[in-house]
Design a protein around this ligand. Structure first.
Ligand code: NIG
Ligand code: FE
Length: 413
């Protein structure tokens, strides 16, 4: 099947295969082609260029005239907890009335609240609730997504979540990467026996997950009141032994050394980064680990934003993702994330789009196949409504400017 898009006002994020991420000053550059065409063959980008050079011998089965519309690679959301049960809207109101996220967690709310609901919900029901969210984010332009477990906190609960993630991956064309986050919080019965829970993760959960091939990555919530740096290292080390690359939650509320631990264990990404001291930024220079900011989490919790400008000024790359979860970010809208990165973190539209596409793909280990308009990469595309320029995307922050979404070469309706 060959599809031809013609009269594209601007084709954004055009890269050759050598670019797997962009860092520092390069983030300000968004290579693009004006008045362009693009050829899709099956699920891949087969060709593209200026309309002036449109080859005569294309013979498409389908030709779409997108006059006045902009085309860009679909969003790569590298950090979500889309699979969960129920919601936490009560805690939302509790926080409006003055309680903090930490205070709610101490009362048994927070992650443990979601874990209780999840363990009481059937696998089929969790699937049905989660697929609604997945379909919503696909319509909002997300073409690749990472989804974490972490609301089971029991062997059966964690496996149940990972099976749901795998089932979603089988039933939808979107690319899904699965992350095992058994180390999201200590279940109540283990608060006095932390070693016991870590043993359960390392000796029971991990072997089963590895045997069933249910996860790509391992995550830990490294934070005061959750997992210490030492515990985080122990769990990353075990995950690596079972073939899972680390991708960890660090520096959300406190800077306690999680970034340095992640780098030591060659984490693919370190995520959150709301609280950054100069040593944390320094540690990230010249390493392969991608820093990931989650601006809609900062927005929802009223906590600081990741210091993007300071980080890019030091030459660092940066990815942005949603963190879609019931507690701290009940939204999977990458368009809002791009806007918030521009408005609150003072990233330029070019920087934010790079962070949400090629660098997001890198943070999921898929930038060889996703995240840019490149021959041979997945035909995962956003076609905008007719707009004056791509600045509209972050500028008109409450509007849905997406006309249609193509995933694996097909329009997702
Ligand atoms: O990324 N910080 C840890 N995990 C989630 C929140 C989990 C929850 O509150 O349910 C996050 O923000
Ligand atoms: Fe998270």
């Amino acid at each position: 099947m060959k599809t031809l898009l013609i009269n594209i006002q601007k084709l954004l994020q055009v890269r050759d295969t050598s670019i797997l991420k962009v860092s520092g000053a390069e983030m300000a550059i968004l290579p693009s082609i004006k008045n362009a065409y693009l050829v899709i063959e099956n699920d891949l980008i087969a060709d593209f260029g200026s309309m002036d050079d449109l080859p005569e011998d294309i013979n498409p089965e389908k030709c779409i005239d997108v006059d006045g519309k902009i085309v860009l690679p679909s969003w790569c959301d590298s950090h979500t907890h889309i699979v969960y049960a129920g919601n936490r809207e009560r805690e939302f109101v509790d926080r409006i009335n003055g309680l903090s996220y930490e205070e709610i967690a101490k009362r048994g709310g927070g992650i443990l609240n979601s874990a209780k609901i999840l363990n009481e919900t059937s696998e089929e029901e969790i699937y049905n609730q989660s697929k609604v969210r997945l379909e919503e984010v696909m319509r909002l332009g997300t073409g690749a997504v990472e989804i974490k477990s972490g609301y089971g906190l029991t062997v059966e609960g964690e496996l149940k979540m990972l099976r749901v993630i795998n089932q979603l991956s089988q039933n939808y064309p979107i690319t899904i990467k699965a992350t095992f986050l058994g180390a999201h919080a200590f279940p109540l019965e283990y608060t006095e026996n932390r070693k016991g829970y870590i043993n359960l993760i390392v000796n029971k959960m991990l072997p089963e997950i590895a045997a069933t091939n249910l996860a790509d990555f391992i995550d830990v919530f490294c934070e005061k009141g959750y997992f210490t740096v030492e515990e985080t290292e122990q769990i990353m080390e075990a995950g690596i032994r079972f073939g899972l690359k680390p991708k960890i939650h660090v520096n959300q509320f406190n800077s306690i050394g999680g970034i340095q631990a992640g780098i030591k264990y060659k984490a693919l990404s370190v995520d959150h980064l709301e609280i950054m001291n100069p040593e944390d930024i320094e540690a990230l220079i010249n390493c392969e680990t991608m820093p990931v900011a989650l601006p809609s989490c900062s927005f929802f919790l009223r906590i600081p934003y990741t210091p993007a400008r300071e980080m890019m000024a030091k030459g660092l790359p940066l990815a942005i993702a949603t963190d879609f979860n019931p507690g701290t970010t009940p939204s999977g809208n990458m368009n809002f994330v791009v806007s918030t990165a521009c408005i609150q973190m003072k990233m330029t539209p070019e920087e934010a789009i790079n962070a949400a596409t090629i660098n997001g793909a890198y943070a999921m280990g898929i930038s060889e196949t996703h995240g840019s308009i490149t021959i041979g990469k997945k035909a995962n595309l956003i076609i905008t409504k007719p707009i004056s320029s791509y600045y509209q995307l972050p500028y008109a922050y409450g509007s849905n400017l997406i006309d249609s979404v193509i995933i694996e070469g097909k329009i997702f309706a």
